[in-house]
Design a protein. Structure first.
Lengths: 332, 623
C-alpha cells in the first residue's frame, strides 16, 4: 500500500509536467505578447512609445527567445519558488497573488464544508424517506439550486444581505480593512462577508451532491447486507449508520478530487460579480492582457489542486475500503 | 414452538393489493426440521420474512397470526401483531430466530470484517464483554469449520471463498444460539461437495444446540436428506404438508408429483424425458435449416479439437506494506475432442477452469499455449490463428449460451432487437427477413412472437434463458457452448429448458459443449462427460460408464455428494470429509497431482480415461 501511494505521488510528476506544457502553450497561443498589447494600448491612447525601452524589456524578460527556452526558464523558476514577474502590476507574481491565494483557499474550504454540512443530512433524509413529501420538497429545492445561475444568486444575495444585515456590497471585508494589518475586527468582518459567496458558490454543488448521495444511498439500502443487519435485530438508526451509509460514503470521498477544481473555477465568475479579493478576477484580467507569468501561475495552481485532490481522495478511499486496500488484481 | 395460522400477506402495488400469501398454516416443533418447498414466487421467502418481521415496506400482513414461544420469557407471542421495529421484536430477531440467506456474496457487508459482522448479534442480544464476545465468535467460527478462526476475525468477506462466506453466515446466525433457524436456500449457490459439507454442518449444529430448522428450498434432493416434515407451497398457498416419508413416498397433490417428475435423476431410463410442470412447444419454420441429428452425425467425426491448452492468471494482492504476486493455473494442458452431433458435458466445481476453457474456445480469453481446431466437415480451422475478418466469419459456426439470463440480455433492447442483432452484425438479409427470422426463432423456443416488442424485464428467468437460446441460434451455428444454462433456474423451469435444448439438438443437428456443476443435469443431457478439477481433466468417459463406474476419487466424491430426491438413497454424511476430495495433493496414489509428477490420461477401454501418474497400469487402480 505504501508502494501504491509512492507510485501515485511519482505519477503526479509527469502529469504536472504535461499540464505545465499545455498551460504554457495556451497562454502563448494568442498572437503577440504582453508588450505588444501594452504598446497597442499606449498608442490607442495617443502616447508615444519608447522603442528602446520596449527592446530593453523584451530582452530582460526573454520574450525574444524561442518558446521552448522561455518555457524552460519558467519551469526552472517555478521549481525554485520563483513564479515570474507580472508585467501589469510591475511586481513579482508571488506578491501579487499573496493574500488572494489565502482568501481563495479560505472560501473554497468553507464552501466545501458548507456543501457537506447541508448535503449530507438532506441526502440521507431524502433517501430514507423516499417519495415522501419531505423528499419531494427537498428535491424541488435542490433542482432550483441546480438551475439558478450563480451570478444571479450572487446579486440577489448581495442585495438581501445589504438590506437586511447592512453588509457592505462586494468584497470579502468592509472597505476600511482592505490593506489593513490582520486584526480581530478584520477577521470578524471577513466572517460577516464570507457566508454570501460560500452560499452562492456552494448552492449548485450542494444540490448536485444531494442528488448523488440520495441515489447512492438508495442503491445501498436495497442491498441484501442491509436486510442481514436488520435480521440481526439492529435498531434502525444504527443499522443505517453502520452499513449503507458506511458504503455510500465511498462515493463521497471519491468526489473530493472533483470538488476542489469545480469549487475554485465556479468561484471565478462569482468573484468577479461580487468583486471578491480572490484570485478569480486577477486570472481573468491576466488572461486578457496576456500577463503570461501571472496567468500561467494561476493555471498551474489550479492544476496542482486538482491533481492533489485526486491523490487525497484515492488515499482516503484505500483507507476506507478494504476491497481497494487488500483486494488483488488479475491480469488477463 | 412456532405456529402459523391462516397467515395472509399482501403486496401493495400502486393502488391495488396483490396477495403474496393466502391462508398459510403450519407449525414447527422444537428441534425438528421443516422444509418449505416451492418454486420462485411461491411465497416461501415472504413467509420467512413475515416470521422475522423483515417484510419489504410495501408488504403488509392482512390477517392471521404467527405464534412464537419465546424461550427466554416462556411466553407465547404473536409476531404478526407486533410492530416490526419494536424493541420486543428486535430482541426476538437475531436473538431467538435467526436467518441464513441464499447469497453469501451479497449478504455480508463488503467493508466490515467477518469478526465484526459475526459478533454483532452477540453484542446486541447477549451480555458479553468485548473480550468474551471475541472469544465466543472465534469459537463459533472454529465450530463452523474455519481453518484459522483467529485470522478470519480480521478478514473481509471478499477474501473468502463462497463456501467460507456461507459458513460465516451460518456462524452469524448461530452465535446467539437461537431456538429457530430459518435457512433460505442456504446451499443453492454452492457446489455439491460444499453443499454436502454445509448440510452436514447444519445438521450437527442443530443436534448439538437443539434448535428447530425451517429450511426453505426448491431442491428436493436437499429436502429428502434434511427434513422431518415438508410443507409444499405454490402461488402463495400451502398445497400439501406432512411428514417427509409420507409426502415423498406417496405424494397426493398434483403439484408435488409434477415437481418430482421434473427433477433430473440418475436412474432415468434411457430415452426417458423429464416432465416439466408446464411443457413448451417448439416449432420449426422455413428459414432455419432443418437437419435431423442422425443425418449430420457421423460417429467419431471430430467437430472441435482442443489440445494442450493452458492459461495462467497472474494475481496481485497486497496490504499496506507489501504486495504478493501469485500465479494461478486456471487451465492446465487440457485436451479434448468433441464429436459432431454429440453433447459433450464438462463438469466440475466453481473455479475448476471450465468457464475459462469455454472462453478460450470462443476466443474471449487468450491461452498461453495450445491449439484449438474447428472441423468444418472437410475443412480444419485453426481458431487461434483467425484474423479479425476470418474470426467474424467463424462466429457463425459457434455460439454461446450464458449462465445468467438476467444479465445476458440488454435491458434497453426489445426482444426483436436482441434476436436481430447477430443478423445485423453479420449483415444478413434485410429488415423483412430479419423480422421473419426473429418470429421463427421465437416459435422455435416456444415463445409467442407477439412478445417481440417487449423488453427483457417482462419475462421470467426461464423465458429469458429461452430468448438467450434463440439469440444463439439466430446465426444457425453448428456448435453451441452452453455455460451453466440452467443453474439459475428453478427445477420445473430447468426441466423445460433442458428438454428444449435436447429437442433443438435433434431437430437442428447441433453439437453441444455443455458446462455444468450439476451432475444430474449433465447426466440427463450429455453423451460423454469430462470431469475437471483445478484446471485439469481428471476423468473422461461416456455417460453410463462414468456414472456406473467412476474411477477417479474426485469423481467419486462428486457423485457421493449429490443429494437424491429419493428416500432410498440418503446422503452418507459420515463419508463427507473436509476438503480432501478437491485437493489434488491429497488424492491417493496413483491419482496424486502434486505438480511435479508427470501424469497422463490412462485408457480403461470403451472411451473411458482417467488421469494417473505416468506409467501406471490399470491393475494399480484396483487398490
Amino acid at each position: 500500500m505504501l508502494h501504491y501511494i509512492l507510485r501515485r505521488i511519482l505519477t503526479m510528476i509527469p502529469t504536472l509536467l504535461i499540464i505545465s506544457m499545455l498551460v504554457f502553450v495556451i497562454i502563448q497561443l494568442p498572437p503577440g505578447d504582453y508588450l505588444e498589447s501594452h504598446i497597442a494600448e499606449l498608442q490607442s491612447q495617443g502616447e508615444s512609445v519608447d522603442e528602446q525601452k520596449i527592446q530593453f524589456l523584451r530582452e530582460q524578460y526573454g520574450l525574444d527567445k524561442p518558446m521552448m527556452q522561455q518555457y524552460w526558464y519558467w519551469l526552472i523558476g517555478m521549481l525554485q519558488g520563483d513564479f515570474g514577474y507580472s508585467f501589469e502590476y510591475d511586481l513579482p507574481v508571488t506578491e501579487v497573488v499573496g493574500d488572494r491565494l489565502f482568501l481563495t483557499v479560505l472560501i473554497s474550504i468553507a464552501t466545501i464544508l458548507f456543501t457537506w454540512a447541508v448535503a449530507f443530512p438532506i441526502g440521507i433524509y431524502s433517501a430514507t424517506h423516499q417519495y415522501s413529501w419531505g423528499d419531494y420538497g427537498l428535491s424541488t429545492l435542490g433542482f432550483l439550486g441546480l438551475a439558478t445561475p450563480n451570478f444571479l444568486l450572487a446579486l440577489v444575495m448581495l442585495y438581501l444581505a445589504n438590506v437586511y444585515f447592512g453588509t457592505s456590497i462586494g468584497g470579502l471585508m468592509d472597505p476600511e480593512y482592505i490593506d489593513a494589518p490582520w486584526s480581530l475586527d478584520k477577521v470578524l468582518s471577513i466572517l460577516e462577508h464570507l457566508w454570501i459567496p460560500v452560499v452562492v458558490i456552494g448552492t449548485s454543488g450542494t444540490a448536485g451532491m444531494i442528488r448523488r448521495l440520495r441515489a447512492n444511498l438508495l442503491d445501498e439500502l436495497q442491498k441484501q447486507y442491509v436486510t442481514t443487519g436488520r435480521a440481526k435485530g439492529l435498531p434502525p438508526g444504527k443499522l443505517l449508520r453502520k452499513y449503507p451509509l458506511r458504503v455510500a460514503i465511498n462515493f463521497f470521498v471519491a468526489d473530493i478530487g472533483n470538488l476542489l477544481p469545480t469549487v475554485i473555477s465556479g468561484a471565478e465568475i462569482v468573484a468577479v460579480v461580487m468583486s471578491l479579493p480572490t484570485t478569480g478576477p486577477i486570472l481573468l484580467s491576466a488572461l486578457q492582457s496576456q500577463d503570461m507569468y501571472l496567468a500561467g501561475s494561476f493555471l498551474m495552481f489550479l492544476a496542482l489542486l486538482t491533481v492533489f485532490g485526486v491523490l487525497v481522495s484515492d488515499i482516503l478511499l484505500a483507507l476506507l475500503d478494504p476491497r481497494i486496500r487488500l483486494g488483488g488484481s488479475a491480469s488477463k | 414452538m412456532l405456529e402459523i395460522n391462516q397467515l395472509a400477506v399482501d403486496f401493495r402495488l400502486q393502488h391495488h393489493a396483490v396477495p403474496a400469501l393466502m391462508d398459510v398454516s403450519f407449525s414447527v416443533d422444537p428441534g425438528e426440521t421443516v422444509a418449505l418447498v416451492g418454486e420462485s414466487g411461491s411465497g416461501k421467502s415472504v413467509t420467512s420474512q413475515a416470521i422475522m418481521g423483515i417484510l419489504p415496506t410495501n408488504a403488509e400482513i392482512r390477517s392471521g397470526e404467527i405464534l412464537f414461544d419465546n424461550p427466554e420469557t416462556g411466553q407465547r407471542i404473536d409476531i404478526a401483531s407486533l410492530d416490526p421495529e419494536s424493541t420486543e421484536m428486535r430482541q426476538i430477531r437475531g436473538g431467538n430466530i435467526s436467518i441464513i440467506f441464499q447469497e453469501p456474496m451479497t449478504s455480508l457487508s463488503p467493508v466490515h470484517t467477518i469478526g465484526d459482522q459475526v459478533s454483532e448479534a452477540l453484542f446486541l442480544h447477549r451480555d458479553a464483554s468485548y473480550q468474551e464476545g471475541l472469544k465466543l465468535t472465534e469459537a463459533m467460527l472454529k465450530h463452523v469449520g474455519f481453518p484459522d478462526p483467529a485470522r478470519a476475525l480480521r478478514m473481509y468477506p471478499f477474501e473468502l471463498s463462497g463456501g467460507l462466506r456461507q459458513r460465516a453466515m451460518i456462524a452469524m446466525a448461530m452465535i446467539t444460539h437461537p431456538s429457530l433457524l430459518i435457512a433460505d436456500e442456504p446451499t443453492t449457490a454452492l457446489d455439491v461437495t460444499i453443499q454436502a459439507r454445509i448440510l452436514k454442518l447444519v445438521r450437527e449444529l442443530q443436534a448439538e444446540l437443539g434448535m428447530a430448522l425451517l429450511l426453505i428450498t426448491h431442491d428436493l434432493g436437499v429436502v429428502s436428506n434434511m427434513a422431518d416434515r415438508v410443507v409444499v407451497m405454490y402461488h402463495g398457498r400451502v398445497m400439501e404438508a406432512g411428514p417427509l416419508r409420507q409426502l415423498f413416498g406417496d405424494p397426493q397433490h398434483d403439484y408435488l408429483k409434477a415437481l418430482m417428475h421434473a427433477v433430473p435423476r440418475f436412474d432415468l431410463e434411457p430415452g426417458e424425458r423429464l416432465v416439466p410442470v408446464r411443457e413448451i412447444k417448439s416449432e420449426t419454420g422455413a428459414l432455419i435449416k432443418h437437419q435431423p441429428l442422425d443425418q449430420v452425425a457421423d460417429a467419431g467425426e471430430p467437430h472441435l479439437t482442443v489440445s494442450e491448452v493452458s492459461k495462467t492468471y497472474h494475481l496481485h494482492r497486497g496490504d499496506w506494506f507489501s504486495t504478493e504476486s501469485r500465479e494461478l493455473l486456471a487451465v492446465d494442458r487440457v485436451s479434448l475432442e468433441v464429436e459432431r452431433g454429440e453433447c459433450f458435458g464438462l463438469v466440475g466445481e466453481s473455479g475448476c477452469g471450465k468457464t475459462t476453457l469455454s472462453k478460450i474456445i470462443m476466443r474471449a480469453v487468450t491461452p498461453d499455449q495450445g491449439e484449438i481446431v474447428y472441423h468444418d466437415h472437410s475443412r480444419a480451422i485453426d481458431v487461434r490463428a483467425l484474423d479479425n475478418s476470418a474470426l467474424l466469419e467463424f462466429r457463425r459456426k459457434m455460439q454461446f449460451i450464458f449462465q445468467d439470463p438476467y444479465s445476458a440480455l440488454n435491458p434497453r433492447m426489445t426482444v426483436f432487437d436482441i434476436l436481430r442483432e447477430p443478423l445485423v452484425v453479420h449483415e444478413l438479409g434485410d429488415m423483412d427477413f430479419q423480422r421473419e427470422m426473429a418470429t421463427e426463432l421465437m416459435r422455435l423456443v416456444g415463445l409467442d412472437p407477439r412478445f417481440l416488442n417487449r423488453y427483457p424485464h417482462s419475462f421470467s428467468g426461464g423465458q429469458r434463458q429461452r430468448i438467450g437460446i434463440a439469440r444463439a441460434l439466430a446465426l444457425q451455428p453448428d456448435l453451441i457452448i452452453c455455460d451453466e444454462p440452467v443453474s439459475a433456474l428453478d427445477v420445473s423451469i430447468q426441466a423445460q429448458v433442458l428438454n428444449l435444448l435436447k429437442d433443438l439438438q435433434q431437430e437442428l443437428g447441433l453439437t453441444f459443449l455443455f458446462i455444468s456443476h450439476n451432475l444430474a443435469v449433465i447426466h440427463y443431457i450429455a453423451n460423454r462427460i469430462a470431469v475437471m478439477c483445478r484446471g485439469r481433466i481428471v476423468e473422461l468417459a461416456p455417460r453410463d460408464a462414468l456414472f456406473a463406474n467412476p474411477v477417479h476419487p474426485y469423481t467419486r466424491a462428486l457423485l457421493s455428494a449429490v443429494p437424491h430426491p429419493e428416500l432410498s438413497q440418503p446422503l452418507n454424511f459420515d463419508a463427507i470429509t473436509e476438503g480432501a476430495a478437491s485437493n489434488p495433493g491429497q488424492w491417493p496414489a496413483p491419482f496424486t497431482l502434486d505438480g511435479r509428477t508427470p501424469t497422463e490420461l490412462m485408457a480403461l477401454g470403451e472411451g473411458h480415461f482417467v488421469r494417473v501418474a505416468s506409467g501406471s497400469k490399470p491393475s494399480d487402480l484396483a487398490a
